[in-house]
Each structure stands twice: as C-alpha cells, then as structure tokens.
Design a protein around this ligand. Structure first.
Ligand code: HEC
Length: 161
C-alpha cells in the first residue's frame, strides 16, 4: 500500500467517521468497552484457554463465561467483514439490533449464552463507532487464522501425552 495512504489512515485525518484510529480514539473505545461491554465479554482469551473452552463446547458443556471473549468476536467479524468500514457498521448495527439471523458467531454461542441484549440502544452513534473501532484495531487476525493455531496447539498437546 502507498505510504501516503497509510499515513492518512493512521493520522485519522478525516475526523469523526474516518478510517484509521489515533491513540485518543483507541483509549476512548477501550473505556467504552470497559464500562459497557466488559460485564459480559472478557477482553481476550489465550490460545490455551480457547482450546480448553472448545473442549467443553465440543462436549456440549457451557464454557465458564457469559459471552464470547472480544478477541474471538473481533476475529469472527473480521472473517466476514475484513474492511474497517464494514466491520464498524456491522458492530454498530448488531449491538443495537442483535439477532441470531445476522450474527456471525458460532451457533453454539447463541445456545449457550442467548442473543445479546440491544445494549447499543442506550449509546450515542459516536460511542458505538469508537467501541467498534477499538475492536477492529485492538485485535488482529481472522477467525480462520486463530482456529488453525488452536488446532495446531491441540495436536501438539495431544502428542505430548
Ligand atoms: C449482557 C451481556 C452483554 C453485554 C453487556 C454485551 N454483550 Fe455482546 N454479546 C453477548 C452475548 C451473549 C453474545 C453472543 C450471542 C450473540 O451473538 O448475540 C454477544 C455477541 C456480541 C457480538 C457478536 C455478534 C455476532 O455476530 O454474533 C458483538 C459484535 C458484540 N457482542 C459486541 C458487544 C459490544 C461492543 C458491547 C458493549 C458496547 C457488548 N457486546 C455488550 C452479551 C453481551
């Protein structure tokens, strides 16, 4: 990618609805996550904990949490909506009008946790955007990438036994 475009993106030069994020936006997004989302969503799980939770899920047991961890949610969304704008739009819409029909989470998530409440109804457009951008920029990797790593981990821990 062209250096100038990269700079533009990272300086967040287009203001509010721009692509890219600066430190201040990232901090605000994280604050919103902490205040509004973290009661249900833990911030992230390690590959090891993900592998453990997966074992429970495969046996049909509910993992020990109230909602999928944010790093996995972000990876899942990125799988379907890799570009920032579509990712942010998806999150903004989903948290305001959640429904298993448009969700990208595994079906198991809905049966274990139920559909998430429309928490975005009480949030401003800007708050939704900031928390969505934080999700996009704070985590990396797609679901497939993380999933393949977990499969690899499961293989190596198995063969050590
Ligand atoms: C009361 C608990 C609760 C709170 C608070 C909550 N969530 Fe959720 N969230 C859930 C559950 C449960 C799921 C899994 C089921 C689903 O996708 O609806 C979920 C799923 C999601 C998904 C995945 C949607 C999909 O495709 O399936 C996103 C994105 C999300 N949450 C974002 C947020 C954000 C951002 C916040 C804070 C602004 C937040 N959530 C606050 C419970 C919660």
């Amino acid at each position: 990618m062209n250096i100038a475009i990269l700079l533009f993106m990272f300086l967040g030069i287009f203001g509010g609805t721009s692509q890219g994020i600066d430190k201040e936006e990232l901090r605000k997004g994280y604050e919103i996550y902490k205040n509004t989302c973290s009661v249900c969503h833990i911030e992230s799980v390690s590959l090891m904990d993900f592998a453990r939770a997966r074992m429970h899920v495969l046996k049909g047991e509910k993992p020990d949490m109230d909602a999928p961890p944010m790093n996995l949610v972000a990876a899942k969304i990125r799988q379907y909506y890799p570009r920032e704008l579509e990712f942010v739009e998806f999150v903004k819409d989903y948290i305001t009008h959640p429904s298993s029909k448009k969700g990208v989470c595994n079906k198991a998530a809905y049966s274990f946790f139920g559909t998430m409440p429309p928490i975005g109804e009480g949030m401003s457009n800007r708050e939704k955007e900031l928390v969505a951008k934080w999700m996009y920029y704070n985590f990396e990797g797609t679901w497939l990438e993380i999933f393949l790593k977990v499969k690899q981990l499961e293989k190596t821990t198995h063969s050590k036994k």
